[in-house]
Design a binder for this molecule. Structure first.
Ligand SMILES: C[S@@+](CC[C@H](N)C(=O)[O-])C[C@H]1O[C@@H](n2cnc3c(N)ncnc32)[C@H](O)[C@@H]1O
Length: 236
C-alpha cells in the first residue's frame, strides 16, 4: 500500500525487484561511513549516501562502532513517560524503534528521506507504517497524529538543523512527548539553543537536555568520544 508518500511493508517487494527505483543512482567510489555522513550538504546527498549504506549500516557502522545513541534516546523517551503512537524521525534501519518496541512502546511509525533505509527498517517488523519524506519539507500525515516523537542520530552535522523541529510540532498532539538526540557540536554550531529557547516561550514545555555518549566502550573510530544532547520536552 502506498498512501501518497506513505509506504508500507509491501513496498519491500518493489524494492527487492528493483533496488535502484527510488533514488537517482549516483554512487560514490568509497564505501559509506561516518566521515561521508558528516560531509553531507543537501537532502539529495543524504538520499544518495543512505541508499548505498542501507544494506550494511547495522553491521559496518552500528555494531562495529558500538553505536548506543538509539538506546539512550529510546530510554529517555520512556523515562519521560512517552507513549504511542510514536513517530521515529530519521528512523533509518529501525534501531531506535527496535529499542522502543522492546520497552513496550507502540504503535511506531518510521519516517526517513531514504527509501532504502526505510526498506531495511520495515523488514524488522517493528513499524506500523513507513513514511518517506524530507523532514525539511514537512511530514505528510494528518496533524496531531502522534503522542510521541523520537529521533536518534538525525539532528547531526550534515543532516537536519533546528528548523526541522517546526515540521514535527504539527503532527504531534497537545502534550506529546519528544526525545530528540542532537549531536553536541551541531547543537552549538547550528543554533539549537536559540531555537529551543524560542519554542519554550510558546510551543513546548518541560525542556531538559541530557548529555550522553553516542558510542559505547568498544568504539575505536575518531568519533568514539562524541557527545549528544537528548532534548526531552512536551508540546504545549
Ligand atoms: C545516522 S542515521 C540515524 C538512523 C537511526 N535513527 C539510528 O539511530 O541509527 C540518519 C538518518 O537520517 C536520515 N535523514 C537525513 N536527512 C534527512 C532529511 N532531510 N529528512 C529525513 N530524514 C533524513 C537519513 O536517511 C538516515 O536514515
Amino acid at each position: 500500500m502506498i498512501r501518497g508518500m506513505i509506504r508500507c511493508k509491501c513496498l519491500n517487494d518493489a524494492l527487492d525487484s528493483n533496488p535502484g527505483c527510488a533514488f537517482d543512482g549516483l554512487m560514490s567510489d568509497d564505501a559509506p561511513d561516518l566521515k561521508s555522513a558528516y560531509a553531507l550538504n543537501t537532502p539529495q546527498d543524504s538520499r544518495r549516501l543512505y541508499a548505498e549504506w542501507a544494506g550494511d549500516y547495522d553491521q559496518s557502522f552500528a555494531a562495529r562502532e558500538d553505536y548506543q545513541l538509539h538506546v539512550h534516546t529510546a530510554r529517555a523517551f520512556v523515562a519521560a513517560g512517552g507513549q504511542g503512537p510514536v513517530l521515529d524521525v530519521g528512523a533509518g534501519t529501525g534501531l531506535c524503534g527496535a529499542v522502543l518496541g522492546d520497552l513496550g512502546v507502540g504503535p511506531i511509525d518510521a519516517t526517513d528521506i531514504s527509501a532504502e533505509m526505510l526498506d531495511q527498517a520495515m523488514r524488522k517488523d517493528i513499524y506500523r507504517d513507513a513514511i518517506e519524506a524530507d523532514l525539511n519539507l514537512g511530514i505528510p500525515v494528518p496533524h496531531e497524529s502522534y503522542s510521541g516523537i523520537v529521533s536518534s542520530g538525525t539532528f547531526t552535522t550534515g543532516h537536519v538543523g533546528p528548523d526541522a523541529i517546526d515540521a514535527l510540532l504539527p503532527v504531534a498532539r497537545h502534550g506529546a512527548q519528544f526525545a530528540l538526540s542532537i549531536n553536541a557540536k551541531h547543537y552549538d554550531s547550528a543554533g539549537f539553543a536559540a531555537k529551543l529557547a524560542e519554542l519554550a516561550e510558546t510551543r513546548i514545555q518541560a525542556l531538559s537536555l541530557k548529555e550522553t555518549r553516542i558510542y559505547g566502550d568498544l568504539a575505536t573510530g575518531e568519533h568514539r568520544d562524541d557527545i549528544a544532547l537528548i532534548a526531552v520536552f512536551s508540546k504545549r
